[in-house]
Design a protein. Structure first.
Length: 84
């Protein structure tokens, strides 16, 4: 809640730290703290995809590269999963 998640996605992780994130042995997990579902999750995914790219799964879903993932816990329940 105290940091601009979009600036972090676009300026820091997606630009200044992108090479470090892509080359390291590990995964950066991005967890937006607040925002309206599903918008906050979709916006973060879109920003990260714009910086890191994505591939398509066999079912046609977009998949971020293995070095970066998004997790959302606040406000998620069985009904909100379909929206996201």
């Amino acid at each position: 809640d105290s940091y601009d998640i979009f600036q972090a996605c676009e300026k820091y992780w997606g630009t200044e730290l992108k090479a470090t994130i892509a080359q390291r042995d590990g995964v950066l997990v991005v967890r937006p703290d607040s925002g309206e579902l599903p918008g906050i999750v979709l916006d973060v995914l879109t920003k990260l995809e714009g910086k890191f790219g994505s591939s398509k799964t066999s079912t046609g879903h977009k998949l971020l590269p293995p070095c970066i993932r998004v997790i959302q816990g606040d406000g998620i329940d069985i009904n909100s999963l379909d929206m996201i």
